[in-house]
Design a protein around this ligand. Structure first.
Ligand SMILES: Nc1ncnc2c1ncn2[C@@H]1O[C@H](COP(=O)(O)OP(=O)(O)OP(=O)(O)O)[C@@H](O)[C@H]1O
Ligand SMILES: [Mg+2]
Length: 265
């Protein structure tokens, strides 16, 4: 997708600040759901948010910190640069080779999903003790509540079964169904398929890690399954999870809860 002039200037200013200007013209990858501007320029990915967008700026700052901490612990792209340029905050990472798992073709979908499950299983098996990013449920709920109170939750974007509820009604329902157990692991935090890049191998690269931290494993399993069903409905993702993640039984209540919780982010 071509960049309009205003967006191109913002991206080029960031690239100039990183000391890697010129070269190929940037292409717009998208304005993700987050509203961030994401563009690719050769081997660099540039993610830009306006500093006045407080929630997005905080998320991008956390993403840069997480990427640096995860380097050497999990497959993530290398951070090339992070900083402010005029009214923008920008993160520049090395391009992860391959295709987002949401976009692989039908014949390859199963192999890409198996690689995603293997990478999540390895991440979840990593010790949590020295992880500085704590997103256990009490903390995550406090963040969600701050977003409710700050008007950051969009009720028109709720999943179909919740459309029509106000944010407050949804919040009341969510907090009436809190899970009784928590099984903390290192969790990606936004484990939908566009956030995994597959290059045909046994692992995927984790991207969009702004919500990474110690959280219940179902934080990831829930969003992974929802996204797999949407993007690759012909593949039995539940079966793949049972086989490759080695989870005897899926806890449907926790799957539902973490999907519900995601409505607030
Ligand atoms: N380092 C990278 N290597 C390869 N592809 C990338 C990289 N960074 C981003 N992408 C691609 O750009 C897309 C958007 O990036 P990202 O998910 O970080 O942005 P976002 O604004 O948070 O999007 P959303 O809100 O939709 O999740 C990804 O789905 C992926 O296809
Ligand atoms: Mg994303």
């Amino acid at each position: 997708m071509a960049l309009n002039k205003g967006l191109r200037v913002r991206i080029e200013r960031v690239l100039a600040a990183t000391g890697r200007p010129g070269g190929r013209a940037p292409t717009l990858v998208g304005h993700g759901q987050s509203g961030d501007l994401v563009a690719r320029c050769g081997d660099a990915f540039v993610k830009v948010t306006q500093r006045s967008h407080v929630w997005n700026s905080q998320a991008l700052e956390r993403e840069a910190e997480v990427l640096r901490w995860l380097a050497g612990r999990a497959p993530v792209p290398r951070v090339l640069w992070f900083g402010q340029v005029d009214d923008d905050l920008a993160l520049v990472t090395l391009t992860a080779p391959g295709t987002a798992v949401s976009h692989v073709g039908e014949p390859e979908a199963e192999a890409a999903l198996v690689a995603t499950i293997a990478t999540l299983a390895a991440l979840h098996a990593t010790p949590i003790a020295d992880c500085p990013f704590d997103l256990r449920l009490s903390i995550k709920l406090a963040e969600a509540q701050a977003r409710v109170e700050g008007g950051a939750v969009d009720e028109t974007d709720f999943d179909p079964e919740r459309l029509g509820l106000t944010v407050q009604q949804a919040w009341d329902q969510l907090t009436a169904t809190l899970p009784v157990t928590e099984d903390p692991v290192l969790a990606h935090g936004d484990a939908s398929l566009p956030n995994f890049v597959w290059n045909g191998g046994a692992q995927v690269t984790l991207i969009d890690v702004g919500r990474f931290g110690v959280a219940d494993r179902y934080q990831d399993l829930s969003l992974f399954l929802r996204s797999a069903r949407r993007n690759h409905p012909h593949v039995d993702a539940v079966h793949l999870l049972a086989r490759h993640y080695r989870l005897a039984d899926l806890d449907q209540a926790r799957l539902d809860f973490y999907r519900f919780l995601d409505e607030f982010f």
